[in-house]
Design a protein around this ligand. Structure first.
Ligand code: B12
Length: 209
């Protein structure tokens, strides 16, 4: 029973076996954050295999479902980790046209674990709906996830709409997702880019006054 075995089971899309092994690992004292980190790497590997046509979409879907099942098991364990409460409010979602929600779900989990109040808009979210939800919630941050080069421009669109409405300074816009980068964040004028969920919760907590 090891993280490597769990990683292989996720890659193979063996959902039930993954659930059982995740429970065993947690019962044996494995750090839930280590499990999430390991499985984020696993999905990067799955993505590489998909890109080189060594596996196909159904296999990616099964791996994604297996990872989501593990995230659900890890979730309650994270709530027990000692932490300093940050108490910021965040609206988060995956941009319009993009259905990749696993990474966003992990970011949401980490933010909640660190004391943020999070309004999750799900995936395929219209740019104006991010702003509407932020206004309704009185959010500090708008978090936008994009996993495809084709949907990256939607992150920029959110910032442009904020400017058009005279609301740009009201919210800190945080972007993430595999094709995003610090360079892209600088180009579109985002307030923060984070490469993973740990970085997001730490840097966002540091941005709260
Ligand atoms: C799983 C997966 C799927 C699953 C999604 C399941 C789900 N419910 O989410 C399914 C099978 C449905 C899928 C579908 C498709 N996919 Co896909 N998919 C992937 C894969 C393999 C992994 C993504 C993932 O879950 N990673 C694991 C998570 C934990 O990592 P992450 O998302 O990067 O998130 C972390 C960080 O980025 C960051 N982060 C993420 N969001 C945010 C947000 C904020 C605010 C912050 C601060 C941080 C942050 O923190 C996260 C946790 O640490 C990637 C490959 C890859 N390398 O990314 C391809 C990939 C993204 N998919 C791709 C493609 C092409 C597709 C399809 C178009 C395939 C098709 N032909 O139909 C469809 C698109 C559907 C759509 N309209 O969105 C391409 C995109 C290429 C491009 N143009 O850029 C990729 C890169 C694969 C490839 N190499 O070709 N996919």
């Amino acid at each position: 029973m090891s993280l490597d075995q769990l990683s292989q089971l996720v890659e193979d899309g063996e959902k039930e076996a993954c659930e059982a092994m995740a429970r065993e690992l947690l019962a044996g004292g494995t750090d839930p954050l280590e499990i999430l980190d390991k499985l984020t790497e696993t999905m990067q590997r799955v993505g590489a295999l998909f890109a080189t046509l060594e596996i196909f979409l159904p296999e990616v879907m099964l791996a994604g479902e297996a990872l989501t099942a593990v995230v659900d098991i890890v979730k309650p364990e994270l709530k027990t980790i000692d932490r300093v409460l940050a108490k910021g409010k965040v609206v988060i979602g995956v941009v319009k046209g993009d259905l990749h929600e696993i990474g966003k779900n992990i970011v949401k989990l980490m933010l909640e674990t660190n004391g943020f109040e999070v309004k999750d808009l799900g995936y395929n979210v219209d740019s104006l709906d991010f702003i509407k939800a932020a206004e309704e919630m009185g959010a500090d941050f708008i978090g936008a996830s994009s996993l495809m080069t084709t949907t990256l421009p939607r992150q920029q669109e959110i910032i442009e709409f904020l400017k058009d409405k005279g609301l740009r300074d009201k919210y800190k816009v945080v972007i993430g997702g595999a094709p995003t980068s610090q360079m892209w964040a600088d180009k579109i004028g985002a307030d923060l880019y984070c490469e993973d969920a740990n970085c997001a919760s730490q840097k966002m907590a540091a941005m709260i006054d």
